[in-house]
Design a protein around this ligand. Structure first.
Ligand SMILES: Nc1ncnc2c1ncn2[C@@H]1O[C@H](COP(=O)(O)OP(=O)(O)OP(=O)(O)O)[C@@H](O)[C@H]1O
Ligand SMILES: [Mg+2]
Length: 369
């Protein structure tokens, strides 16, 4: 090969390899632009904040732990945070590490994280909750694809066992999302689960979201909520009661519960397993007992047996469905029940439902334009 042809072949190789890199990237961009769905879903939960958007055929989730950790402010810490890209805000002479990293720092310093939400709403006990929630929401939803993009955010139903209303919480979240340039819309947490899990049943059925601070319940007929309520107890309540019973810190109980709990195991239980098993049953009796009362009060007439969906982080352990069915035997319902099933992704059902609502709204908007 002479010099000229050698150079030519080198050039071709370079062109080829460049072409190899460029084409898939361009193709991806074009594909994304063609299939990017405007509209986002947001689940503002006591334990986690989740956001979802649809890119191509994929639903992409972002998750932030609803927690923060305080440290005395210093230049040295600031440098460490900058190097590790730690999310934080400054408040006077304190730094607040926010979100997923808060837990890492809490473990490092052997202290508990602080929580901006409690029992499903902004914590009245945490005076610094608002800027933390704002940062967590901004980080979860990211920037909008166009000004005024619809984002549906979850709000709990009114609790039947606690003396607070959800409106303050709702207005604050609404304000944060508006200030980011979104068009925010609230969606009842249980109804969001109906949207994500009951499409085949024409959005008719009974949905549960067993969360950290609450359990939300929604009975919908053709996507219209007929009955919804919440109770201000959930996974956090189980952890606190079990921790008290066995004399362990709550964070140890939570960690063990999330990684090891098997509710199918009924014999040779450790003290921790036994305490968690007992409090799971007590929570289920509490929720199912309230449901029975609410159904009796409302005297709802159903045309066909009621499909039930169980979602939320507290529904995750193996054996949860069976425990739920056993609670139903202890509290027979005044309506005929059909299939009872677990959501395919119990932690993501609410966010997915909120995303579906947002995409439907956006496509209606586009049809009008
Ligand atoms: N694998 C698991 N096993 C048992 N519990 C789990 C598991 N994963 C998460 N949890 C528990 O689920 C709860 C969080 O669930 P979820 O994210 O649905 O709640 P949330 O939406 O943040 O809270 P809420 O809806 O009550 O405001 C916590 O109590 C957490 O400990
Ligand atoms: Mg929730």
């Amino acid at each position: 090969m002479n010099k000229k042809s050698k150079a030519k072949s080198k050039h071709q190789t370079r062109m080829k390899s460049r072409a190899k890199i460029l084409v898939p990237k361009q193709a991806k961009k074009i594909q994304a632009a063609q299939t990017l769905q405007i509209g986002k879903g947001l689940d503002v939960g006591t334990a986690f904040i989740y956001a979802a958007e649809k890119i191509g055929n994929e639903v992409v989730f972002r998750i932030e732990r609803d927690a923060f950790f305080d440290l005395p402010a210093s230049d040295y810490i600031k440098e460490v945070f900058a190097r590790d890209e730690v999310k934080y805000i400054r408040n006077g002479d304190q730094f607040y590490v926010v979100g997923n990293e808060a837990l890492r720092f809490a473990n490092l310093f052997q202290r508990n994280v602080r929580r901006p939400l409690e029992q499903g709403v902004i914590s009245p006990k945490e005076k610094d909750a608002l800027p933390i929630i704002k940062l967590l929401i901004a980080s979860a939803v990211g920037s909008h694809h166009q000004a005024g993009e619809t984002v549906y955010y979850s709000v709990p139903a009114q609790p039947i066992d606690a003396d607070f209303d959800v409106l303050y919480h709702q207005r604050i979240i609404d304000g944060f999302l508006s200030s980011l340039g979104y068009a925010p819309k609230p969606i009842n947490e249980g109804l969001a689960v109906v949207f994500s899990e009951l499409a085949e049943e024409n959005f008719t059925g009974l949905a549960f979201s067993f969360g950290g601070g609450m359990v939300n319940v929604c009975l919908a007929n053709l996507s219209i909520p007929v009955l919804s309520f919440s109770v201000a107890r959930g996974g956090d309540w189980i952890d606190k009661q079990a921790a008290r019973a066995v004399g362990e810190p709550v964070s140890i109980v939570t960690g063990w519960k999330e990684s090891c709990l098997d509710l199918d195991k009924r014999e040779n239980l450790s003290r921790m397993e036994q305490a968690l098993s007992i409090y799971y049953d007590i929570l289920l009796d509490y929720v199912v007992g309230h449901l029975k009362t609410e159904l009796e009060k409302s005297a709802i007439h159903l045309e066909r047996p009621l499909t039930i969906i169980l979602s939320g982080g507290t529904a995750k352990p193996t054996g949860f469905l069976k425990r739920f069915q056993e609670a139903l035997q202890r509290f027979p319902m005044p309506v005929e029940l059909g299939e009872i099933r677990l959501a395919s992704q119990p932690l993501h059902s609410v966010t997915k439902g909120a995303l579906i609502a947002a995409i439907v709204d956006e496509s209606k908007k586009q049809q009008k334009e």
